[in-house]
Design a protein around this ligand. Structure first.
Ligand SMILES: [Zn+2]
Length: 221
């Protein structure tokens, strides 16, 4: 999979940590393959573990952490765990990998308490009207497979609203597979996301995206 990514021109990968039990193995794999990696507890993992990382050895990011509307864990509890991650990012200076799905009002309110922030709203799912607010907090916005899908108006309108120097591209692999592929996504497919972003914005973005990632400490190893 990594050989296919390299052949496609992918020069660096950032892998989020999503649940405590997985952090040590992710750290080992990141060392083996030269990945950047994060440590965090994803809101969808909260029924299983509510851990906030302590051992940040080698980590390039705090996350993935955030709020998830459909997850059956009370929002107050999700906010408590997220706030601990935000405090950790503030104290360490590490950039955040943030997840937000159907909880943007609460997200924005909580993030404001910790601004200015550094990091990414990953696979941005909010509307174009919220983009300026996230940018003002200091965040980058990252786009995934949905910008390549036929009927995805919302992410496309949001994509057009983000300043060039705050954009990132991702696969969210193995989810959100970009067209023309179907099924399981993988890092090599990010080229299709970038091509769609360039077409929809009418500009070349490739080098800019690498530069934007490097500004968060996620440049190629
Ligand atoms: Zn996510």
């Amino acid at each position: 999979m990594m050989a296919r990514a390299a052949a496609a021109g992918v020069s660096g990968v950032v892998v989020p940590g999503v649940v405590e039990a997985q952090w040590p193995r992710l750290r080992a794999l990141a060392q083996t393959y030269g990945w950047r990696f994060g440590v965090g507890t994803h809101p969808q993992a909260l029924p299983e573990s509510r851990a906030v990382p302590e051992d940040l050895d080698g980590a390039d990011a705090i996350g993935e952490c955030g709020l998830d509307g459909p997850t059956p864990v009370p929002m107050e509890e999700q906010e408590r765990v997220l706030a601990a991650h935000l405090a950790l990012a503030r104290d360490t200076g590490l950039p955040l990998i943030l997840h937000c799905f159907r909880a943007h009002d609460r997200m924005m309110r909580l993030l404001r308490r910790f601004a200015p922030l550094r990091g990414v709203m990953h696979s941005y799912s909010g509307g174009p009207e919220l983009v300026d607010g996230y940018v003002a907090l200091g965040l980058h916005l990252s786009f995934a497979g949905p910008v390549t899908w036929e009927n995805a108006k919302k992410p496309i309108n949001a994509l057009r609203r983000v300043p060039r120097d705050r954009l990132l591209a991702e696969t969210d692999a193995p989810d959100q597979c970009p067209r023309p592929h179907r099924g399981r996504s993988e890092p090599a497919f990010v080229v299709h996301v970038i091509e769609a972003m360039e077409r929809l914005r009418g500009e070349t973005l490739r080098d800019q995206l690498t530069e934007n990632a490097a500004s968060l400490g996620w440049g190629p190893r």
